[in-house]
Design a protein around this ligand. Structure first.
Ligand SMILES: *Cc1c(COP(=O)(O)O)cnc(C)c1O
Length: 412
């Protein structure tokens, strides 16, 4: 009988391998969490890495509401189905339903749990789940855990999606049943591009599939004329019939924590019965719910935050193009620069930090091999000068490391 290797040895070896491959991740400890003004090891930094797109994490009205909410008790003290469901949660759910134009909404403790819980509740053995290859890890993990047949298609490739829908339909015939769920990010978290939702909804209709849209990066920042903060599905003109399962997180544009699924009354009732990550976890702390209500109120009543974000995005893209920086096709707050190899990304991010800017160095397995990138995120809280200064330092760092618009092969 062979004995197992000592735990310490296995961990040391796996960590060393991560370091060698430039994939080692380090925690940065900030003196204060939200940006854009942060501090790491006593050094002031401007963050271009947070998902606080509207600057609501530091909005005085949100902070005041959250402090007042703590008067209801520090914690929910039980799961929602036991005694952890308060009036403030109901109010938040009503507010989310209103903002997204859906009949009802259900709050979860995090977006990760909302995705895993919803997918596993909706499909299982004998069903089919179809995912975009660049879907967020939480959708991928839901697809893995749900035990439905997992089919993937090339990023935003409608012909490839249709082929998988045909395959799922064949599965359905062979097995004499089985439902089809198509799950996509509305806005891709590491690329910033939007899914072709209108066409996807049309395909779902043709093949009798259900469309689930993850609005982590769409909620609060985009929408339609009637629902300006509802997200990318609303921006694509999709209502509850076309995009019946709408998921969003409250940890991004809402600047807080928690998440939701919005849809029909039946969908919400069903998830309360069957979404295990909803059922078997402590309810959202009431203060978080209260802070989120204030953030949603501001999303509705102060369109200026969205407008300022739009201006910063326009400025970034215009100036980056002038400076010869290799932009990716993104019209959103997520503006990645694809550098390709891990080492370069780590070095450039390190140089930016020395110059006072914090940006994400995104590497595999978060993104596919060979597509390591700087993930720059913009916020309504950034000043015009902060964006300009970042771009100048970036342009300098790329020249320093021999990367510029003229070096072939790096960006393609
Ligand atoms: C951040 C994110 C999530 C997870 O949301 P949390 O509330 O942070 O757990 C899910 N999907 C996408 C696309 C995300 O970017």
């Amino acid at each position: 009988m062979t004995s197992t290797a000592p735990l310490a040895e296995v961990l040391r070896q796996r960590l060393a391998e991560r370091r060698e491959r430039n994939l080692y991740r380090e925690l940065k400890t900030l003196a204060a969490a939200p940006g854009p003004q942060a501090e790491v090891d006593g050094v002031p930094l401007v963050t271009f890495s947070s998902n606080d797109y509207l600057g609501l994490a530091t909005h005085p009205a949100v902070i005041a509401a959250q402090q007042a909410g703590a008067e209801l008790g520090a914690g929910a003290t039980a799961s929602h189905l036991v005694n952890g469901h308060l009036e403030v949660h109901e109010q938040l759910q009503d507010r989310i339903a209103g903002l997204t134009g859906r009949e009802a909404a259900l709050v979860f403790s995090s977006g990760y749990l909302a995705n895993v819980g919803t997918i596993c509740a909706l499909v299982g053995r004998g069903d089919n789940i179809i995912s975009d290859r660049l879907n967020h890890a939480s959708l991928i993990d839901g697809a893995r855990l749900c035990r439905a047949e997992s089919l993937r298609f090339a990023h935003s490739d409608l012909a490839a999606l249709e082929r998988q829908l045909q395959r799922a339909q064949r599965n359905r015939k062979e097995r004499g049943g089985g439902n089809i769920l198509v799950a996509v990010d509305g806005v891709y978290s590491m690329d910033g591009d939007c899914a072709p939702l209108r066409e996807m909804a049309q395909l779902c209709r043709e093949y009798g599939a259900w469309l689930m849209v993850d609005e982590a990066h769409g909620f609060g920042v985009m929408g339609s004329a009637e629902l300006p903060a509802a997200g990318s599905a609303a921006a694509a003109g999709l209502g509850q019939d076309e995009a019946p399962v709408l998921m969003g997180t409250l940890g991004k544009a809402a600047g807080n924590a928690g998440a939701f699924v919005a849809g029909s009354r039946e969908l919400v009732d069903y998830l309360v019965q069957f979404a295990r990550p909803y059922i078997y976890t402590t309810g959202m702390p009431p203060a978080i719910a209260a802070g989120n209500i204030a953030a949603l109120d501001i999303m509705q009543s102060e369109p200026g935050h969205r407008e300022r974000l739009r201006q910063r995005i326009g400025q970034f893209r215009r100036r980056a193009a002038e400076l010869g920086l290799p932009l990716m096709p993104s019209a959103t707050a997520i503006q990645p620069l694809l550098l390709g190899d891990e080492e370069t990304v780590v070095r450039v991010a390190g140089r930016l930090q020395e110059r006072g800017f914090l940006v994400g160095a995104i590497r595999p397995p978060t993104v596919p091999a060979g597509t390591a990138r700087l993930r720059i995120t913009l916020s309504a809280a950034h000043s015009e000068k902060q964006v300009e200064d970042l771009l100048l330092v970036l342009a300098g760092a790329l020249v320093e490391y021999g990367i510029n618009g003229e070096s072939p092969g790096v960006w393609s």
